[in-house]
Write a protein that binds this ligand. Sequence first.
Ligand code: FAD
Ligand code: NAD
Length: 468
Amino acid sequence: MADSFDLTVIGSGPGGYVAAIRAAQLGMKVAVVEKWPTFGGTCLNIGCIPSKALLHASELYEEAGHQFKQFGIDVTPSLNLSQMLAHKDDTVTANVSGIEFLFKKNKITTFRGTGSIAAPGKVLVTPESGLGQTIETKNIIIASGSEPSGLPGITVDEDKVVSSTGALSFKSVPKRLLVIGGGIIGLELGSVWARLGSKVTVVEFLDRILPGLDSEAARQMQRILQKQGLEFKLGTKVTAVEKRADGSLSARLEPAAGGEAVLVEADAVLVAVGRKPYTTGLGLEVAGVAVDERGRVRIDHEFKTNVPGIYAIGDVVVGPMLAHKAMDEGHAVAEIIAGQKPHVNYATIPSVMYTSPELAWIGKSEDELKSAGIEYKAGKFPFTANGRAKAMLATQGYVKILADVATDRVLGAQIIAKGAGEMLHEIAVLMEFSGSAEDLGRITHAHPTMSEAVKEAALMCGDGAIHI
Ligand code: FAD
Ligand code: NAD
């Protein structure tokens, strides 16, 4: 029998590690159970962090080859893929070691192995080899995350037919990469390999990319990515992928609505059709923890499952599968267990797609406002009219602010721009404080910055912008 704890967290991803650290800060004796060799979960090991390392490096490669000339820098870059992958791996190592350091700093006890809930107050840890042990604990947080969804007829081998994990580690640039799914993973990782030389074809089941997102922003991003060489086949599904004797792949594409199939050749296929909650091995049935129709652990507004003393957060519960959403839930649940009354404002969770340019959004889209019958006004300012953007050759994109007609309160925003993800946060702060478009338009913004476009778009919700 191991020690006894106030709190045991199963899973050390962004949800789990933040919950553990916050609980320790609040004076709890905390244990973390993690089955992978390193901490940090999907995000740090095979998600946000490695993908952003490759997105950044491949963007620089692309710029060196195509934009530097215009800045007066004559270079011909050559790709050293193994060094680019080493940079990605080093970035992951630095980040996962950071979590190990924070666990030690906060005196959090860590257990390696699969955690399963033997009963409320008891977590069984089963390591890959050797004896298991039982942890006694007052509270349990399930933070077991998610895993890629698969497709019938397509076997992922993480070599040629890959999930996002394999697409972070291709040993050579695939000549032809077929991406199944025009969502965030498909477009981010499709961009990486297109910049490095792949001919990328994105097959999307629906008649648009980025479902759920503001449709104008999605259309604009599709146009931009097409100019970068990505090809889109919308309203199409892949029903089978076969390996040929020469090592190439043959994918069978069919219209989503039914019709004649065509065969498309590829050197690699990335399956990026969404992610599903990961609950394997947790022993939810034994503990009597309820899940919903999509396999997500059911929780109430305080992250409590139906079993007293057991909580759940992050990708394994309802809501957007985003690292910062998991982190904020981790922060909040630790405070709730400590008797505090925090809350997460799901209406102001920002999202960013780290393509080039980036697409960042928050709050309501125009489509959502229309279908809810909310009267809104839109201010849209293009970066072609922004001085800094011209100097940086970064004039693609716009800022769109959506505000309530009656109250002027900002209800949502979308930004397509270099650095959009950083720019979005002033709108997040404004929305958190229920600010108006006029408030945003009257805030002095430093000149020359890309962020001036946010001010101008806000002014366009009123009498009009200055620079257009
Ligand atoms: P996870 O990070 O999935 O962590 C769960 C952990 O629990 C894992 O370490 C797992 O090993 C462990 N575990 C599971 N079951 C057990 C068990 N029974 N016992 C012990 N341990 C267990 N989000 C963003 O916000 N921004 C991005 O840029 C971004 N990029 C992404 C790129 C890719 C390629 C992918 C795949 C995802 C990306 N995401 C991004 C999503 C983000 O990674 C997830 O939303 C986030 O990791 C969820 O955190 P979590 O703590 O809920 O779960
Ligand atoms: P997604 O839900 O964003 O996109 C999946 C896409 O695949 C959708 O467009 C869907 O219509 C399409 N699709 C589904 N079935 C299909 C089929 N049979 N054939 C063709 N297309 C099909 O999922 P994802 O891109 O896999 O990403 C998973 C999760 O990871 C997302 O929830 C996302 O929030 C998170 N993520 C976030 C970031 C970020 O924040 N920058 C980056 C990567 C991943």
